[in-house]
Design a protein around this ligand. Structure first.
Ligand SMILES: [Zn+2]
Length: 373
């Protein structure tokens, strides 16, 4: 169903991470009579392309750096906020590495998880598959294994307290495959962490073919896990084909540049491989300067399953409600159509089937109450 026609409109910036608001309310600045946006804010949501480290708000990052005596590429909080204007992937990656160096104690990891959980609660996000990159925490932080334990403990406690159901995708970063690949494969092989569902591939794409991670993906899939990978963001369809054919992925993060090749789009549709699209991330990292040229609708029309996500929300000044509102307003997707994308997060999610079914029943009940169908 289409509740409202689309039209160009300036969306408000989301509240700073950690700002508590009444959860039943539409985001500030969106008129309450705008039924579609109110529904998008209130509906229970799934998000399956989000980096746990990428949920750290600039204010939290600044305090963490100060506390731990770590230098950031900015001399003040104001300068740090200004640094979040990216001109491409390289500047984003520079900030990302500086951020990873700031995690020095268990409390730092707990603070990150607490901020993430508060944001999920504020936005009615009930299911998340969060990417987490163990090697970064071996290189900079408290050690990969210990970092994973702290994060797992905190996420389990949040779920027990009625918070979001979170599962973890452990990423290998493309720029440190020789070091991060074996370390991550050993973690998968030696542990039976109840939250970990898949291996992922993150980091830059340009100059880093997806196939380079294949030996480690093979090991981890043989250990019984699913695989996903970032591909088709800053590189073209060839990387998407590598992810599917050489890494054996069940989902692709981004995948938007598969749209440049009909054969690659068909392959995704035929194999029922879902692409986890992040609109604002694509605009901020200049994958598409102008979202009017974004291929989201073409991907859907080609039969490719799609979800909407934020990727790294404070880095891109967005949140999940805003991503849904953008898709509604820029591409004219109705609330009913967006609801189907939302359910794709559960259909193509990698958590245990009974967990996803329980959430689907919860989502269906909420849809009935809210009148979404
Ligand atoms: Zn991502």
């Amino acid at each position: 169903m289409r509740l409202l026609s689309s039209g160009p409109r300036i969306l408000p910036e989301p509240a700073a991470s950690g700002t508590r608001r009444v959860v039943q309310k539409a985001p500030e600045g969106i008129a309450l009579e705008d039924e579609a946006n109110a529904l998008l804010a209130r509906m229970p949501k799934a998000e399956v392309h989000l980096h746990l480290e990428g949920t750290l708000a600039p204010e939290t990052l600044w305090r963490m750096a100060q506390r731990n005596g770590v230098a950031l590429p900015a001399g003040s909080l104001q300068e740090l906020r200004a640094f979040y204007q990216f001109d491409g992937f390289d500047k984003f990656a520079r900030l990302w590495r500086a951020m990873c160096a700031c995690f020095r104690s268990e409390a730092d990891y707990e603070q990150m998880v607490d901020g993430f959980v508060a944001e999920c609660t504020r936005q009615h996000i009930r299911y998340v598959e969060a990417h987490f990159t163990p090697y970064n925490h071996q290189r900079y932080g408290i050690g990969a294994r210990r970092a994973l334990e702290v994060v797992t403990r905190r996420l389990e406690a949040a779920e027990r307290a009625g918070g979001p159901v979170t599962r973890l995708i452990l990423d290998i970063s493309s720029e440190s495959i020789p070091q991060g690949g074996p370390l991550t494969a050993e973690l998968f092989e030696q542990e039976a962490n109840p939250l970990v569902v898949a291996v992922g591939l993150g980091g830059p794409e340009v100059g880093f073919p997806r196939s380079a991670a294949a030996p480690y993906f093979d090991r981890i899939r043989r250990a019984g896990y699913a695989a996903v990978a970032h591909a088709g963001e800053t590189e073209g369809p060839e990387h998407v084909r590598q992810a599917v054919q050489e890494l054996g992925v069940r989902r692709v993060q981004h995948g938007v540049r598969a749209s440049e090749d009909g054969g690659t789009l068909r392959m995704l549709a035929e194999r029922n491989i879902c692409c986890d699209v992040a609109l604002t991330s694509n605009r901020c990292l200049k994958v598409y300067e102008d979202l009017s040229g974004h291929p989201l609708k073409r991907m859907i029309a080609a039969g490719v399953p799609v979800t909407l996500s934020t990727d790294d929300p404070p880095f891109f000044g967005t949140d999940l409600v805003r991503e849904y509102a953008l898709a509604h307003q820029l591409f004219g997707l109705s609330v009913g159509e967006l609801w189907q994308l939302n359910l794709n997060g559960l259909r193509y999610g990698l958590a245990e089937t009974p967990v996803r079914r329980r959430l689907m029943l919860e989502f269906n009940a909420a849809a009935e109450t809210l009148g979404i169908g």
